[in-house]
Design a protein around this ligand. Structure first.
Ligand SMILES: NC(=O)c1ccc[n+]([C@@H]2O[C@H](COP(=O)([O-])OP(=O)(O)OC[C@H]3O[C@@H](n4cnc5c(N)ncnc54)[C@H](OP(=O)(O)O)[C@@H]3O)[C@@H](O)[C@H]2O)c1
Length: 274
Protein backbone atom coordinates (compact mmCIF):
# COMPACT_ATOMS: atom_id res chain seq x y z
CA UNK A 1 0.00 0.00 0.00
CA UNK A 2 1.26 3.49 -0.89
CA UNK A 3 0.97 5.96 2.00
CA UNK A 4 1.27 9.73 1.72
CA UNK A 5 2.92 12.02 4.25
CA UNK A 6 1.99 15.42 5.67
CA UNK A 7 4.03 17.10 2.94
CA UNK A 8 2.50 15.20 0.01
CA UNK A 9 1.97 17.14 -3.23
CA UNK A 10 -1.66 17.33 -4.30
CA UNK A 11 -3.45 17.66 -7.64
CA UNK A 12 -6.83 16.57 -8.97
CA UNK A 13 -9.47 16.77 -11.67
CA UNK A 14 -12.34 19.26 -11.52
CA UNK A 15 -15.60 18.65 -13.37
CA UNK A 16 -19.38 18.44 -12.83
CA UNK A 17 -19.93 15.55 -12.73
CA UNK A 18 -16.48 14.05 -12.37
CA UNK A 19 -17.14 10.47 -11.25
CA UNK A 20 -16.63 9.13 -14.81
CA UNK A 21 -13.12 10.65 -15.11
CA UNK A 22 -10.21 8.30 -15.79
CA UNK A 23 -7.63 10.93 -14.84
CA UNK A 24 -7.24 9.76 -11.18
CA UNK A 25 -6.32 6.31 -12.48
CA UNK A 26 -3.72 7.74 -14.89
CA UNK A 27 -2.02 10.07 -12.40
CA UNK A 28 -2.11 7.70 -9.40
CA UNK A 29 -0.55 4.95 -11.56
CA UNK A 30 2.32 7.33 -12.38
CA UNK A 31 2.65 8.46 -8.73
CA UNK A 32 2.98 4.84 -7.62
CA UNK A 33 5.41 3.99 -10.42
CA UNK A 34 7.72 6.86 -9.50
CA UNK A 35 7.33 6.43 -5.72
CA UNK A 36 6.20 10.06 -5.41
CA UNK A 37 4.78 11.36 -2.13
CA UNK A 38 1.59 12.75 -3.66
CA UNK A 39 -2.08 12.17 -4.50
CA UNK A 40 -4.45 13.04 -7.35
CA UNK A 41 -8.13 13.23 -6.41
CA UNK A 42 -11.52 13.79 -8.09
CA UNK A 43 -12.96 17.24 -7.27
CA UNK A 44 -16.67 17.58 -8.15
CA UNK A 45 -17.29 21.34 -8.34
CA UNK A 46 -20.61 22.97 -9.32
CA UNK A 47 -20.27 25.53 -12.12
CA UNK A 48 -21.37 28.40 -9.81
CA UNK A 49 -18.68 27.47 -7.29
CA UNK A 50 -15.79 27.07 -9.74
CA UNK A 51 -14.44 30.68 -9.62
CA UNK A 52 -14.27 30.65 -5.79
CA UNK A 53 -13.18 27.03 -5.19
CA UNK A 54 -10.18 27.05 -7.54
CA UNK A 55 -8.30 29.90 -5.80
CA UNK A 56 -9.15 28.20 -2.48
CA UNK A 57 -7.50 24.97 -3.68
CA UNK A 58 -4.38 26.97 -4.54
CA UNK A 59 -4.41 28.46 -1.02
CA UNK A 60 -4.88 24.96 0.45
CA UNK A 61 -1.59 23.85 -1.08
CA UNK A 62 -2.67 22.08 -4.28
CA UNK A 63 -0.06 22.18 -7.06
CA UNK A 64 -2.77 22.43 -9.72
CA UNK A 65 -5.73 20.65 -11.32
CA UNK A 66 -7.04 19.26 -14.57
CA UNK A 67 -10.27 20.78 -15.84
CA UNK A 68 -13.00 18.91 -17.64
CA UNK A 69 -16.58 19.57 -18.80
CA UNK A 70 -18.18 22.07 -18.12
CA UNK A 71 -15.37 24.22 -16.67
CA UNK A 72 -12.83 24.63 -19.51
CA UNK A 73 -13.92 28.17 -20.48
CA UNK A 74 -14.34 29.26 -16.84
CA UNK A 75 -10.81 28.01 -16.16
CA UNK A 76 -9.50 30.12 -19.03
CA UNK A 77 -11.14 33.19 -17.49
CA UNK A 78 -9.44 32.87 -14.08
CA UNK A 79 -5.86 32.51 -15.38
CA UNK A 80 -3.25 35.25 -15.08
CA UNK A 81 -1.31 33.60 -17.91
CA UNK A 82 -2.22 31.00 -20.58
CA UNK A 83 -0.17 29.18 -23.21
CA UNK A 84 -0.64 29.65 -26.93
CA UNK A 85 -2.86 26.56 -27.37
CA UNK A 86 -5.20 27.69 -24.59
CA UNK A 87 -5.34 31.18 -26.07
CA UNK A 88 -6.27 29.86 -29.51
CA UNK A 89 -8.77 27.35 -28.08
CA UNK A 90 -10.27 29.85 -25.60
CA UNK A 91 -10.25 26.95 -23.14
CA UNK A 92 -7.95 25.46 -20.51
CA UNK A 93 -7.69 21.82 -19.38
CA UNK A 94 -4.64 22.11 -17.09
CA UNK A 95 -4.17 24.66 -14.28
CA UNK A 96 -0.85 25.19 -12.53
CA UNK A 97 -0.86 27.13 -9.26
CA UNK A 98 2.27 29.29 -9.09
CA UNK A 99 3.44 31.99 -6.65
CA UNK A 100 2.53 34.52 -9.39
CA UNK A 101 -1.04 33.26 -9.81
CA UNK A 102 -2.98 30.61 -11.74
CA UNK A 103 -1.49 29.61 -15.10
CA UNK A 104 -3.39 27.60 -17.71
CA UNK A 105 -2.61 25.42 -20.67
CA UNK A 106 -4.54 23.35 -23.17
CA UNK A 107 -2.88 19.98 -23.73
CA UNK A 108 -5.59 18.31 -25.89
CA UNK A 109 -3.77 19.13 -29.14
CA UNK A 110 -0.42 18.01 -27.73
CA UNK A 111 -2.03 14.74 -26.60
CA UNK A 112 -3.65 14.16 -29.96
CA UNK A 113 -0.43 14.70 -31.94
CA UNK A 114 1.64 12.60 -29.51
CA UNK A 115 -0.87 9.75 -29.90
CA UNK A 116 -0.77 10.02 -33.70
CA UNK A 117 3.03 9.69 -33.60
CA UNK A 118 2.74 6.76 -31.18
CA UNK A 119 0.68 5.02 -33.91
CA UNK A 120 3.24 5.86 -36.58
CA UNK A 121 1.04 8.48 -38.29
CA UNK A 122 2.72 11.71 -39.43
CA UNK A 123 0.49 14.74 -38.60
CA UNK A 124 1.33 16.57 -41.83
CA UNK A 125 1.61 13.68 -44.30
CA UNK A 126 -1.28 15.18 -46.33
CA UNK A 127 -4.54 17.16 -46.05
CA UNK A 128 -6.56 16.58 -42.86
CA UNK A 129 -10.37 16.50 -42.55
CA UNK A 130 -11.70 17.31 -39.07
CA UNK A 131 -15.28 16.27 -38.28
CA UNK A 132 -16.68 18.63 -35.62
CA UNK A 133 -16.00 22.19 -34.51
CA UNK A 134 -16.31 22.01 -30.72
CA UNK A 135 -13.73 22.55 -28.00
CA UNK A 136 -11.65 19.48 -28.83
CA UNK A 137 -11.53 20.36 -32.55
CA UNK A 138 -10.10 23.78 -31.66
CA UNK A 139 -7.15 22.41 -29.71
CA UNK A 140 -6.47 19.64 -32.22
CA UNK A 141 -6.72 21.95 -35.24
CA UNK A 142 -4.23 24.41 -33.72
CA UNK A 143 -1.74 21.65 -32.85
CA UNK A 144 -1.96 20.11 -36.33
CA UNK A 145 -1.34 23.49 -37.96
CA UNK A 146 1.76 23.93 -35.79
CA UNK A 147 2.96 20.63 -37.25
CA UNK A 148 2.47 22.07 -40.75
CA UNK A 149 -0.79 20.26 -41.58
CA UNK A 150 -3.37 21.69 -43.98
CA UNK A 151 -6.75 21.35 -42.27
CA UNK A 152 -10.37 21.37 -43.44
CA UNK A 153 -13.26 21.54 -40.99
CA UNK A 154 -16.72 20.10 -41.50
CA UNK A 155 -19.49 20.40 -38.93
CA UNK A 156 -23.24 19.80 -38.64
CA UNK A 157 -23.74 23.46 -37.73
CA UNK A 158 -21.97 25.37 -40.55
CA UNK A 159 -21.64 28.61 -38.56
CA UNK A 160 -19.46 26.86 -35.98
CA UNK A 161 -17.24 25.38 -38.72
CA UNK A 162 -16.86 28.85 -40.25
CA UNK A 163 -16.04 30.40 -36.87
CA UNK A 164 -13.38 27.79 -36.16
CA UNK A 165 -11.84 28.16 -39.64
CA UNK A 166 -11.73 31.94 -39.11
CA UNK A 167 -9.89 31.40 -35.81
CA UNK A 168 -7.38 29.05 -37.47
CA UNK A 169 -6.45 30.61 -40.83
CA UNK A 170 -5.87 29.27 -43.51
CA UNK A 171 -8.19 26.39 -42.48
CA UNK A 172 -10.89 25.55 -45.04
CA UNK A 173 -14.55 24.59 -44.54
CA UNK A 174 -16.37 21.69 -46.22
CA UNK A 175 -20.19 21.39 -46.11
CA UNK A 176 -21.18 18.52 -43.72
CA UNK A 177 -23.20 16.85 -46.52
CA UNK A 178 -20.04 16.54 -48.68
CA UNK A 179 -17.80 14.83 -46.10
CA UNK A 180 -18.17 11.33 -47.61
CA UNK A 181 -17.86 12.32 -51.31
CA UNK A 182 -14.73 14.43 -50.62
CA UNK A 183 -12.96 11.81 -48.47
CA UNK A 184 -10.56 10.72 -51.25
CA UNK A 185 -8.80 14.11 -51.02
CA UNK A 186 -7.51 13.50 -47.47
CA UNK A 187 -4.68 11.59 -45.78
CA UNK A 188 -6.07 11.86 -42.24
CA UNK A 189 -9.71 11.86 -41.02
CA UNK A 190 -10.46 12.82 -37.41
CA UNK A 191 -13.74 12.46 -35.54
CA UNK A 192 -13.93 15.15 -32.85
CA UNK A 193 -17.73 15.05 -32.55
CA UNK A 194 -19.36 13.28 -29.61
CA UNK A 195 -21.05 10.83 -32.01
CA UNK A 196 -20.05 7.20 -31.51
CA UNK A 197 -19.62 7.57 -27.76
CA UNK A 198 -21.60 5.24 -25.45
CA UNK A 199 -25.22 6.48 -25.12
CA UNK A 200 -24.77 8.67 -28.25
CA UNK A 201 -25.91 7.84 -31.80
CA UNK A 202 -23.24 6.42 -34.15
CA UNK A 203 -21.29 8.76 -36.43
CA UNK A 204 -22.76 8.66 -39.95
CA UNK A 205 -19.54 8.35 -42.01
CA UNK A 206 -19.21 5.98 -44.95
CA UNK A 207 -15.58 5.26 -45.84
CA UNK A 208 -16.19 3.94 -49.40
CA UNK A 209 -14.28 6.81 -51.00
CA UNK A 210 -11.25 6.68 -48.70
CA UNK A 211 -7.85 6.82 -50.39
CA UNK A 212 -5.65 3.76 -49.69
CA UNK A 213 -3.57 4.42 -46.58
CA UNK A 214 -6.04 6.92 -45.05
CA UNK A 215 -5.44 7.24 -41.30
CA UNK A 216 -8.70 7.41 -39.31
CA UNK A 217 -8.50 8.87 -35.80
CA UNK A 218 -11.37 8.95 -33.31
CA UNK A 219 -11.01 10.91 -30.06
CA UNK A 220 -13.90 9.00 -28.48
CA UNK A 221 -12.46 6.46 -26.03
CA UNK A 222 -15.62 4.83 -24.66
CA UNK A 223 -16.00 2.42 -26.38
CA UNK A 224 -12.30 1.84 -27.05
CA UNK A 225 -13.14 0.81 -30.61
CA UNK A 226 -15.88 2.96 -32.15
CA UNK A 227 -17.81 1.88 -35.24
CA UNK A 228 -15.72 4.36 -37.26
CA UNK A 229 -12.48 2.68 -36.15
CA UNK A 230 -13.93 -0.81 -36.75
CA UNK A 231 -14.95 0.26 -40.30
CA UNK A 232 -11.48 1.70 -40.92
CA UNK A 233 -9.81 -1.51 -39.73
CA UNK A 234 -12.12 -3.68 -41.86
CA UNK A 235 -11.04 -1.71 -44.95
CA UNK A 236 -7.33 -1.99 -44.22
CA UNK A 237 -7.08 1.72 -43.32
CA UNK A 238 -4.98 2.92 -40.35
CA UNK A 239 -7.11 3.31 -37.16
CA UNK A 240 -5.94 5.60 -34.32
CA UNK A 241 -7.89 5.17 -31.06
CA UNK A 242 -8.82 7.95 -28.63
CA UNK A 243 -7.65 6.61 -25.26
CA UNK A 244 -4.01 7.26 -26.17
CA UNK A 245 -4.82 10.96 -26.60
CA UNK A 246 -6.25 11.06 -23.06
CA UNK A 247 -3.08 9.44 -21.68
CA UNK A 248 -0.70 11.74 -23.58
CA UNK A 249 -2.61 14.95 -22.73
CA UNK A 250 -2.05 14.14 -19.03
CA UNK A 251 1.77 14.19 -19.32
CA UNK A 252 2.45 17.98 -19.16
CA UNK A 253 0.26 18.48 -16.06
CA UNK A 254 1.88 15.60 -14.16
CA UNK A 255 5.30 16.88 -15.07
CA UNK A 256 4.49 20.43 -13.85
CA UNK A 257 2.89 19.31 -10.56
CA UNK A 258 5.12 16.41 -9.55
CA UNK A 259 8.43 17.21 -11.27
CA UNK A 260 8.77 13.99 -13.27
CA UNK A 261 7.91 13.43 -16.95
CA UNK A 262 5.96 10.15 -16.94
CA UNK A 263 5.78 7.56 -19.70
CA UNK A 264 2.73 6.51 -21.68
CA UNK A 265 3.09 2.79 -22.31
CA UNK A 266 1.08 -0.36 -22.90
CA UNK A 267 0.82 -1.16 -19.16
CA UNK A 268 -0.77 2.26 -18.45
CA UNK A 269 -3.11 1.81 -21.43
CA UNK A 270 -4.33 -1.52 -20.03
CA UNK A 271 -4.84 -0.11 -16.50
CA UNK A 272 -6.89 2.87 -17.75
CA UNK A 273 -8.81 0.85 -20.36
CA UNK A 274 -9.90 -1.74 -17.76
N1 LIG B 1 -9.65 11.45 -26.13
C1 LIG B 1 -9.56 12.57 -25.44
O1 LIG B 1 -8.58 12.83 -24.71
C2 LIG B 1 -10.66 13.60 -25.55
C3 LIG B 1 -10.38 14.94 -25.22
C4 LIG B 1 -11.40 15.90 -25.36
C5 LIG B 1 -12.67 15.49 -25.77
N2 LIG B 1 -12.91 14.17 -26.05
C6 LIG B 1 -14.25 13.75 -26.51
O2 LIG B 1 -14.52 14.44 -27.72
C7 LIG B 1 -15.92 14.70 -27.85
C8 LIG B 1 -16.14 16.16 -28.22
O3 LIG B 1 -15.70 16.97 -27.15
P1 LIG B 1 -15.85 18.57 -27.22
O4 LIG B 1 -15.37 19.09 -25.92
O5 LIG B 1 -15.26 19.10 -28.48
O6 LIG B 1 -17.45 18.72 -27.30
P2 LIG B 1 -18.31 19.97 -27.86
O7 LIG B 1 -17.54 21.23 -27.74
O8 LIG B 1 -19.64 19.84 -27.20
O9 LIG B 1 -18.49 19.66 -29.45
C9 LIG B 1 -19.29 18.59 -29.88
C10 LIG B 1 -19.19 18.44 -31.40
O10 LIG B 1 -19.99 17.29 -31.77
C11 LIG B 1 -20.92 17.70 -32.78
N3 LIG B 1 -22.17 16.93 -32.66
C12 LIG B 1 -22.84 16.64 -31.53
N4 LIG B 1 -23.97 15.93 -31.85
C13 LIG B 1 -23.98 15.81 -33.20
C14 LIG B 1 -24.88 15.18 -34.13
N5 LIG B 1 -26.00 14.55 -33.71
N6 LIG B 1 -24.58 15.21 -35.45
C15 LIG B 1 -23.47 15.85 -35.90
N7 LIG B 1 -22.58 16.47 -35.06
C16 LIG B 1 -22.84 16.43 -33.73
C17 LIG B 1 -21.16 19.16 -32.52
O11 LIG B 1 -21.68 19.74 -33.70
P3 LIG B 1 -22.61 21.10 -33.63
O12 LIG B 1 -21.63 22.24 -33.62
O13 LIG B 1 -23.41 21.04 -34.87
O14 LIG B 1 -23.43 21.00 -32.38
C18 LIG B 1 -19.74 19.63 -32.19
O15 LIG B 1 -18.98 19.80 -33.36
C19 LIG B 1 -16.55 14.30 -26.50
O16 LIG B 1 -17.19 13.05 -26.67
C20 LIG B 1 -15.36 14.17 -25.56
O17 LIG B 1 -15.58 13.19 -24.56
C21 LIG B 1 -11.94 13.23 -25.97
Amino acid sequence: MRLISGSARLAGVTGWPVAHSRSPRIHNTWLARHGIDGAYVPLPIRPDDFPSVIPALAKAGFAGVNVTIPHKEAAFAICVKVDDFARRAGAVNTLIFTPHGIEGSNTDGYGFVANLRHHGVKPAAGPVLILGAGGAARGIGAALQDEGAEITITNRTPERAAALAAALPPAKVLPWEQREDALGDYALLINTTSLGMVHEPPLPMNLDRAAPGLAVADIIFAPLETQLLADAKARGLKPVEGLGMLLHQAVPGFSAWFGVTPEVDEALYRIVAA
